[in-house]
Ligand binder design. Structure first.
Ligand code: SF4
Length: 464
């Protein structure tokens, strides 16, 4: 089998928060962000009613050809980098997820020389739909494209425009200081054409991933679930969402009971003030309450914690692991084969990526992460079951830390440090927060490398 083959370009469709169609969410890291364009140069959009036509967009065809030839498509650079660093890429687990539906030989046989496929031969089994950018948080590593709560900070810190893959977007404040975007809008999912298109696909689809913004805040998400239940497809469909879980409405808990499986990745980047700082304005005590409520709710749940490892939280990873084990969740990452947590390294923005850390800081961080290893023996009991758990979890922890360190050390991007510091200070000022007070240990390691003068080179356009 080709070492770069992935089933997604043959059986899945993905829609960005502005409605543009793309290869898959991982391709967001690549130049061009994996967006599918028509011959006219215009991006395919979920609102236009071209879901089936987009399956043979030029980019999809060239990705299929590359994969069949055993080459990495440039759109798949994230999976490529992760695999080269010894991490488990989405490509590898999607092969396992879909092995009963599609394999390499089948894909190769059904693909024409120019990379096109007949949509009837390869039904859409998985959909990744992002219903706009409505979100109640403005996480440090996020942007106006994925959270409308980011509009004001972006306007004040970087200016009135930002670059979407399909063009420049302008933030326009009204008299009350509320912002809207032009010309791109994020309400594409209100298009009736989209729902008609989706109705045609729903009978084929077995797996629907919905992400926001924050999907649990979005009314259309619940309307969508009700439609699936009414049409009789819910019992055969798995739903997956990534959520910040700062909201957990009763309506969601009632609807989820009807589905085959509900998979939720809770985005947690640290404990207490670490999470609140990164995922502003989340409140840890409320979030923890929702986590325990979901952990005990009735329904076909599979739950896990997904953590984005970046400059601000890498040193605090041991704390997060201890919190997870000490909280004794029933469902979150609790299947025997599941890791303690399901972390992934942040790729973009580059200035928050752990590769920007100076070499000396990287080695101090590595030593700190490994220093947790003896804790597992002391935490679990001394009987046979306790020893088994200690061995399993410490090996699992070491594997995660090895992969972060291997990724972090692979390249030196410390030239991004001035930009990291400029943006961090800018956001601190706007949000009334302080990096140095929230992360005193990391700050003392970084301080000798932070040159405020050099940071000034970066354009922070508003007076803060
Ligand atoms: S290889 Fe990775 S980036 Fe490419 S389609 Fe598969 S999951 Fe997406």
């Amino acid at each position: 089998m080709s070492k770069t083959w992935c089933p997604l370009p043959w059986m899945s469709q993905a829609i960005r928060s502005n409605g543009d169609l793309r290869v898959c969410c991982q391709a967001n890291t690549a130049e061009g962000r994996g967006i599918l364009y028509k011959e006219s140069g215009e991006a395919y959009n979920g609102a236009d009613g071209n879901l089936t036509e987009a399956r043979n967009a030029n980019l999809m065809c060239s990705i299929r050809k590359d994969m069949i030839a055993g080459q990495w498509p440039s759109a798949c650079v994230r999976c490529q980098r992760e695999e080269e660093a010894g991490l488990v890429s989405r490509r590898s687990y999607e092969i396992t997820n879909w092995e009963s539906q599609i394999d390499f030989d089948q894909a190769k046989l059904g693909t024409q020389e120019d990379g096109k496929i007949d949509a009837d031969d390869f039904p859409v089994r998985a959909m990744d739909i992002r219903f706009g950018n409505k979100c109640n948080l403005k996480c440090r590593m996020c942007s106006p494209m994925d959270s409308n709560s980011w509009y004001e900070d972006h306007y004040n810190l970087f200016g009135a425009t930002y670059q979407e893959a399909s063009g420049e977007v302008r933030l326009v404040p009204n008299e009350k200081g509320r912002f809207s975007t032009t010309p791109i809008r994020y309400d594409w999912y209100e298009s009736e054409t989209f729902w008609r298109d989706l109705d045609n696909l729903i009978p084929q689809v077995k797996y629907i991933q919905t992400v926001g913004g924050e999907p649990f805040l979005i009314d259309q998400y619940y309307d969508f679930l009700e439609r699936m239940i009414d049409k009789g497809y819910a019992g055969d469909t798995t739903l997956e969402s990534n959520s910040n879980l700062t909201v957990l409405p009763d309506r969601a808990l009632d609807l989820w009971k009807h589905f085959k499986r509900i998979r939720i990745g809770a985005s947690i980047d640290g404990v207490g003030k670490v999470n609140d700082y990164i995922r502003h304005p989340s409140k840890w005590h409320l979030l923890e309450k929702n986590l325990h409520r979901l952990d005990k709710a009735e329904g076909p749940f599979e739950l896990w914690f997904t953590s984005t490892i970046q400059v601000a939280n890498i040193l605090h990873f041991p704390e997060l692991v201890k919190w997870k084990l000490e909280s004794e969740f029933q469902r979150f990452n609790n299947r025997r084969e599941r890791p303690i947590l399901t972390p992934h390294v942040l790729h973009r923005p580059l200035f928050f990526n752990i590769r920007i850390l100076p070499l000396e800081v990287k080695s101090k961080i590595a030593a700190h992460l490994y220093s947790l290893l003896p804790w597992f023996d002391s935490y679990f009991s001394n009987d046979a079951e306790g020893k088994r758990k200690a061995a399993f979890y410490s090996a699992n922890y070491k594997e995660m830390v090895d992969s972060f360190i291997s990724y972090m050390n692979k390249e030196d991007w410390s030239h991004e440090l001035p930009k990291f510091w400029a943006v961090t200070q800018g956001l601190d000022k706007l949000r009334g927060e302080s990096f140095s007070e929230t992360f005193p240990e990391l700050f003392s390691m970084l301080e000798p490398h932070l040159n405020s003068k050099e940071s000034e080179r970066y354009k922070i356009v508003r007076t803060l």
